[in-house]
Structures are given as structure tokens and as C-alpha cells.
Design a protein around this ligand. Sequence first.
Ligand SMILES: *[C@@H]1O[C@H](CO)[C@@H](O)[C@H](O)[C@H]1NC(C)=O
Ligand SMILES: *[C@@H]1O[C@H](CO)[C@@H](O)[C@H](O)[C@H]1NC(C)=O
Ligand SMILES: *[C@@H]1O[C@H](CO)[C@@H](O)[C@H](O)[C@H]1NC(C)=O
Ligand SMILES: *[C@@H]1O[C@H](CO)[C@@H](O)[C@H](O)[C@H]1NC(C)=O
Ligand SMILES: *[C@@H]1O[C@H](CO)[C@@H](O)[C@H](O)[C@H]1NC(C)=O
Length: 345
Amino acid sequence: MHRILSSIIILSSFLITFSGNIRHVISTNSSEQPVIDVSPFIRIYKDGRVERLLDTLVVPPSFDPKTNVESKDTLYSPEHHLYVRLYLPKATHQNQKLPLLVYFHGGAFLIGNASNPAIHGFLNLLVSEAKIIAVSVDYRLAPEHPVPAAYNDSWTALKWVASHVNRKGPEDWLNRHADFQRVFLCGDSAGANIAHQMALKHGHHQEKLEGVNTFRGMILCHPYFWGNHSIPGETKLYESNRAWGALLWKVACPSSSGVDDPWMNPAKDPNLGGLGSTRVQVFVSEKDYLRERGWYYGQKLRESGWSGDMEVVEYKGEGHVFHLANLTSKHSVDLRHRIVSFINH
Ligand SMILES: *[C@@H]1O[C@H](CO)[C@@H](O)[C@H](O)[C@H]1NC(C)=O
Ligand SMILES: *[C@@H]1O[C@H](CO)[C@@H](O)[C@H](O)[C@H]1NC(C)=O
Ligand SMILES: *[C@@H]1O[C@H](CO)[C@@H](O)[C@H](O)[C@H]1NC(C)=O
Ligand SMILES: *[C@@H]1O[C@H](CO)[C@@H](O)[C@H](O)[C@H]1NC(C)=O
Ligand SMILES: *[C@@H]1O[C@H](CO)[C@@H](O)[C@H](O)[C@H]1NC(C)=O
């Protein structure tokens, strides 16, 4: 059964223009000028220096008294020195089992961190509102570590999570409280792209996540997908971002054939119908240049033969990842409310 829930029309004055301020310049290779400039994400200089342009703020794990949620960091990949941040409502009883949400942050595969304050604030709220346990994955970034490093690390993190199925894993919170019958994936932007790849991989059992059934659900917030040709609805905005979009992906994944690579354009993926998630929820925003790609993903998934339930929810007047920019705005609260209903369906 497929279900597409169309637009939620609530006007909002709050708006982030994502595409408006974007420049794409491939400049000269003098020592001061960047060789590659994909603002607002990164600039790369001749000597190999990488400058990350958006906020690189991080906050430590903590007890958050407002939401009554505890968090802590723990290594999942000693090899690459990578950690996950775990979230648990403090009021959880001794052996109470909670739905488990695995979260992947965004940033075009180039920037971002699981310790980012916006992601941290969002997960504190979501964990408390949905009464879940969450695992937020820090993964290696391009261009130092080109895609598929992010996919590989994310899969390693999922295998680490699944190592708790027998209740004898390294992390007590997961041993005690994770319900492996109710595992959800969630991500924003490039993190949503990663979540999708993880669900595909799990669905095709290329490599098993021992003891974990098909994911109960997958939540994609403003998924970062692209393509070499415009799709219905994409007009001027696509054309004006086309070259920039291709460059952005090239910087993240130089070995890729381009933006029609199934990693960037799921419509080109012959395996789409095997997606290993029972249900899918996609959020898009009217003013986001990725809006049409989110709707298109929903359409292509429906046409692929995949047999799950899906909804696409659109917010009018909003931009890319608006729900992280202001956690208390009306639409942000509504978006979390919809995720809570989706999880506790
Ligand atoms: C880059 O520098 C090299 C010499 O170091 C020069 O030959 C080449 O023309 C420069 N390319 C650009 C685009 O300026
Ligand atoms: C994320 O931030 C932490 C803390 O500053 C840092 O140790 C870690 O390397 C960062 N992750 C990435 C992928 O850069
Ligand atoms: C990612 O995993 C594949 C398959 O295991 C491997 O061939 C590749 O070298 C890995 N790449 C990175 C960057 O980790
Ligand atoms: C993208 O499309 C253009 C024509 O619209 C074509 O010339 C180009 O080769 C395509 N690139 C890739 C990587 O498919
Ligand atoms: C966030 O949204 C709330 C509620 O709409 C509003 O009162 C507040 O000013 C907003 N904060 C920012 C930083 O825009």
C-alpha cells in the first residue's frame, strides 16, 4: 500500500534562503585563491588546505535538564577514531525497551559533525518527545575522505549497533533499552542520502546486520539527491544550481561518474525496489532547491515495486533544514510531531 500525503499548507515568514547566496567559482591556482570554491560549504586551496565555511561548532554530550535526556559519546570505529553520540530519556526504567533511531547528520558529505549544537538540540527534543533511544553517527568527511567513506563508516556504525542484539554488546544503554524490532533510520540532507543507502544495503542483504529485521521506518529530512537532467517542477532554480550541484558532488566523490550515479540519483538505481524499510517519511520545503528531488524520490520509490507505506510532507515558506535552524518554530515543532507519530504508529 502506498500513500502520499501531500502538502501541508501553513504559511510562515521564516525562511532560509539556501540557494540564494551560493557562489560557484573555480578560480586560479595562486597560493591565496582557492582552487575549488563550493561556498557555502568549503574552499580547497592549492596546497591542499581545506577551509570549512559553515559553523564548525561542537557541544559535548550532557544531561539536558530541559528535555530530561542524557547523552554520551562512545567509539564505534577505533580504526578511524569515530564515535557515535547516544541519547536516552533519563526516566527510562531499568530494562524498558524503546524504539531505536539511528541518525546521520547532513552537510553535503563535506561538513557537519554529530556534536553540532543544532543536531544535538534536535535529538534531545526528538528523543524526549518520541520516547526513543537514539544513536547519532559521526562519519568521515570529504574531500579528505571521499564518498563512500561516509557510507562505509555509517554501515560500520550500524554493525556496531547490531552487535548489541544479543544484549552483550559494549554499550549498556543499547543492551538494556534498544528494541531491535523497531529500528528507524533518520537523516537530514546528505544524512538522508546516507540513511537511504543504508536501507538499500540492508534490504539487499549484501552484508547482513545480524538480528535486525527490515528497518521499521526511514525518515528523510530534505534529502540531498540530484541528477544530470531537470525533473518536472525543477526549472530555473535547477538550471542555476546545476553546475554547482555537479561540482559539489564531484568534490565529495571524485571517483563518481557524475550526478546520475545512483548514489546521488536514486531514480537511476535498478535496486530501488529492494529498499529495506517498511515505511518511509520524506520531508520537503517549498523554498529548498532540493524540494522537487524529495517529491521525485517518493514517486520513483512508489514506481519501483517497493511495497511499503510512504508519505511526503511539504512545508510552505520554509527552506533547507529549517527544522534545525529554529527548534521552536511552529513548523519545526510540527515536523517533530509528525516524526513522533510515524515512529509510534
Ligand atoms: C596553475 O599553475 C600552473 C603553474 O604552477 C600554471 O601552469 C597553470 O596555468 C595555472 N592554472 C591556472 C588555472 O591558473
Ligand atoms: C567532530 O567533532 C569532534 C569534536 O571536535 C572531533 O573530534 C571529530 O573529529 C569531528 N568529526 C569529524 C568527522 O570531523
Ligand atoms: C569502502 O568499502 C568498500 C567495500 O568494503 C571498500 O572497497 C572501499 O575501499 C572502502 N572505502 C573507504 C574510503 O573506506
Ligand atoms: C549530462 O547531460 C549533458 C547533456 O544534457 C551531457 O552532455 C553530459 O554528458 C551528461 N553528463 C553525465 C555525467 O551524464
Ligand atoms: C524561533 O521561532 C520562535 C517561534 O516562532 C520565535 O519566537 C523565535 O524568534 C525564533 N527564533 C529565531 C532565532 O528566529
